[in-house]
Design a protein around this ligand. Structure first.
Ligand code: GDP
Length: 297
């Protein structure tokens, strides 16, 4: 289970304060110290923790708590609200272009779950929003990636556009959008190439696709299990491509929570979806408030 350690620690810290009829500054100090340690242990970015703790402290010794009839519970409410804000506040929806098709570019490092998420997202759009997506295979460097997308397309009974490994990814994306218009596919989801590390060649190629197809969304897929590495990857993809959102995969594993809690604060881009398993229906819309409730119990 994701966040288990963090949830256990925060919940036991919270228990100590919930029932209190009066909350002293000393109580708040002790609580925030424990919250701080729990977050750092969960691999949350140092600066993010510092800012968060300052905000919690400021509010927890303020009027809204001290003058409340149930100050203990009020403190917890403050912690929950701040965790929610930290993860982006509201759940943000997928863009809809007023001139279809809506184009979504999927980017990320190899192994993060990009191709799988492309299939999951297509499935989500069809099931939840009655859309008919076209999947596009732009990872020309790995024949296996094209094959993988085609297999996903078969499983989903959805069209996959590919031109093999010889064509240029910008041309593939452009032609795919033309086909989508002809065939009335209202979403085009482009599975781009990934590498093992962020490098200039990869970024150049992604920038070229971006400037040609002008996507409505650029989703970066990152692996939650990689903790602060995921945050650094998100930061550099965002610098180069101005992404519109993040899909955090493998949240079904025993990830500690660092990526989920740091990405929005570091990149200012929301986590839009969470991958909860390998199957095509294991993608969930990311709701910051629900996530905070899950962590705080
Ligand atoms: P890509 O190289 O980024 O396209 O990554 P793939 O889509 O091939 O995924 C790499 C591996 O991660 C595959 O074995 C997927 O089944 C697995 N995977 C992707 N998303 C998730 C997820 O949310 N949870 C779990 N447990 N595995 C996932």
């Amino acid at each position: 289970m994701a966040f288990e350690g963090l949830a256990d620690r925060l919940q036991s810290t919270i228990k100590k304060i919930t029932g209190k009829g009066k909350v002293s500054e000393q109580d708040v100090k002790e609580m925030t110290r424990e919250v701080r340690l729990a977050l750092l242990e969960a691999d949350v970015n140092f600066k993010v923790v510092k800012d968060l703790i300052n905000r919690i402290k400021e509010r927890a010794v303020g009027q809204e708590v001290m003058e409340s009839l149930t100050p203990g519970q009020q403190v917890i409410k403050v912690v929950k609200e701040e965790l929610t804000t930290l993860m982006g506040g509201e759940h943000s929806k997928i863009a809809v272009s007023d001139r279809p098709p809506t184009v979504i570019m999927m980017v990320g490092l190899q192994g993060a779950g990009k191709t799988t998420t492309t299939g999951k997202l297509a499935n989500h759009l069809r099931k939840k929003q009655n859309r008919s997506p076209l999947l596009v295979a732009c990872d020309i460097y790995r024949p296996a990636a094209i094959q993988q997308l085609e297999t996903l397309g078969e499983q989903l009974s959805m069209p996959v556009f590919s031109m093999g490994t010889e064509a240029n990814p910008v041309d593939i994306a452009t032609k795919a959008i033309e086909q989508a218009k002809e065939e009335h596919n209202d979403y085009v989801i482009i599975d781009t190439a990934g590498r093992l590390h962020v490098d200039n060649e990869l970024m150049d190629e992604l920038q070229q696709i971006k400037s040609k197809v002008k996507p409505d969304e650029i989703f970066l897929v990152v692996d939650a299990m990689t903790g602060q590495d995921a945050v650094n990857v998100a930061d550099s993809f965002n610098d180069q491509l101005d992404i519109s959102g993040v899909v955090l995969t493998k949240l079904d594993g025993d990830t500690r929570g660092g990526a989920a809690l740091s990405i929005k604060a570091v990149t200012d881009k929301p986590i839009k979806f969470a991958g909860m398993g390998e199957k095509l229906d294991e993608l969930e819309a990311f709701h910051p408030e629900r996530m905070a409730s899950r962590i705080l119990g």
